[in-house]
Design a protein around this ligand. Structure first.
Ligand code: NAD
Ligand code: DAU
Length: 351
């Protein structure tokens, strides 16, 4: 099995690559990544000497180059994670999200289609797996959960671009018999998460005594899943999921943003030896995100009953371990928060 994993230098991708390289030594794993601000080869330093792992630096929006790579490498399958992933950035620069998330996905589908001939999803030799998000389903009120049948209703440029790419992947299954699989996952947390997203941003800011920006009243709700659980779900779906099917992945773990940040403050107070309540004093309410989805919650019973996957139950421990990882990896944090990120951060929060 020769497998291209796109976006492997990013947050979730690096966890997926590590699982596949270590668990399947007989597979050749090629990590294809552009190394944007969010991609970092330091995330995979421990795999550099592994004989079944290789890295290719490439932009999925460069159609000619992607076709050339597929022609040369002839991968059997693709797990596609490369994307622009941050909602706030998509509000500032939607076109970048169309270019990578929509055009980049179509380029990969076409490149795979050009070498997987004859294409027949029933034969099961190849797989194009698109890793997507629950944000395509839109926003929930106080009740209910997203199922695989929920109609798409994206609100941000990010979720609109992911919805478009999901539609293309399904269209290639219907039109060309492309052997595809999809999953739509809730909010991940864990190590190697870029500190522009809520949890690593707050850990980083608490460490540096900086404000913790809470959008609006902090009452929006997200369903948090440990990244290792997501990577295990991707492994299960890639190997045992049904061709043409979609699987929802979630933690069954809903938190209001403000409650989550307060829990994180308690954990950080303990770890840093602060007085109880000290970190929470950094909480600062700021202008709400435009078009801010109120609540996400995922029904992942299809994955749980069909493929036997379960999320890790001890959320507080996983969150405390995550906080510890950032405290232990100061060099990583310093590297990723230098340069371009600082410029973005200044612009984002100077209101
Ligand atoms: P990330 O931003 O941490 O990493 C994205 C990776 O893609 C980076 O390594 C980056 O260099 C690479 N990349 C970006 N543009 C590229 C391009 N044009 N060509 C090649 N590589 C490019 O993202 P993440 O949080 O790890 O998310 C990975 C995937 O999972 C995305 O598709 C995202 O939509 C999806 N997802 C994320 C979450 C979450 O909570 N983070 C939840 C559900 C689904
Ligand atoms: O649901 C899955 C999605 O989760 C993924 O598809 C996205 O790639 C990923 O970035 C994440 O999107 P969110 O917008 O939910 O994540 P973020 O960490 O940016 O924000 C989480 C919540 O916290 C959201 O309600 C906005 C709020 N927030 C965020 C930031 C960065 C704040 O209140 N303050 C902040 O500074």
């Amino acid at each position: 099995m020769k497998l291209i994993i796109t976006g492997g230098a990013g947050f979730i991708g690096s966890h997926v690559v590590r699982i596949f390289v270590n668990k399947y030594p007989h597979y050749t794993i090629i990590n294809l990544d552009k190394l944007t601000y969010a991609g970092n080869l330091q995330n995979l330093q421990d795999l550099e000497q592994q004989p079944n792992y290789r890295f290719i630096k490439a932009d999925i929006a460069n159609r000619e180059n992607i076709f050339k790579i597929f022609e040369e490498e002839k991968p059997d399958s693709v797990i596609h994670l490369a994307a622009e992933s941050h909602v706030d950035r998509s509000i500032r620069n939607p076109l970048e999200f169309v270019t990578t998330n929509v055009i980049g996905t179509v380029n990969l589908l076409d490149a795979a289609r050009s070498i997987w001939q004859p294409l027949d999803s029933a034969q099961g030799g190849n797989c194009f797996y698109h890793v997507s998000t629950d944000e395509v389903y839109g926003s929930l009120g106080d009740e209910g959960k997203f199922t695989e049948q929920t109609a798409y209703d994206p609100h941000s440029p990010y979720s609109a671009s992911k919805a478009a790419s999901d539609h293309f992947v399904r269209a290639y299954y219907d039109t060309f018999k492309m052997p595809v699989k999809l999953s739509n996952c809730s909010n991940n947390f864990g190590s190697h998460h870029f500190p522009e997203k809520l949890i690593p941003l707050c850990i980083h800011n608490i460490k540096n005594g900086k404000p913790l920006p809470i959008y609006g009243k902090g009452e929006n709700i997200r369903d948090w899943l440990w990244v290792e659980d997501h990577a295990r779900a991707i492994d299960a779906i890639f190997h045992n999921g049904k061709v043409g099917d979609t699987y929802n992945i979630g933690g069954n773990n809903e938190w209001k943003n403000i409650d989550l940040v307060k829990l994180l403050c308690d954990i950080m107070d303990e770890k840093l030896g602060h007085a109880a309540g000290e970190s929470a004093q950094l909480i600062t309410y700021v202008t709400d995100r435009a078009g801010h989805d109120f609540r996400y919650a995922i029904d992942s019973s299809k994955l749980q009953t069909g493929l036997g996957w379960q999320p890790t139950s001890d959320f507080r421990k996983a969150l405390a371990d995550t906080a510890q990882w950032y405290l232990d990896n100061e060099e990583w944090l310093n590297n990723v928060t230098s340069g371009e990120y600082l410029k973005y951060y200044e612009e984002q929060y100077s209101r």
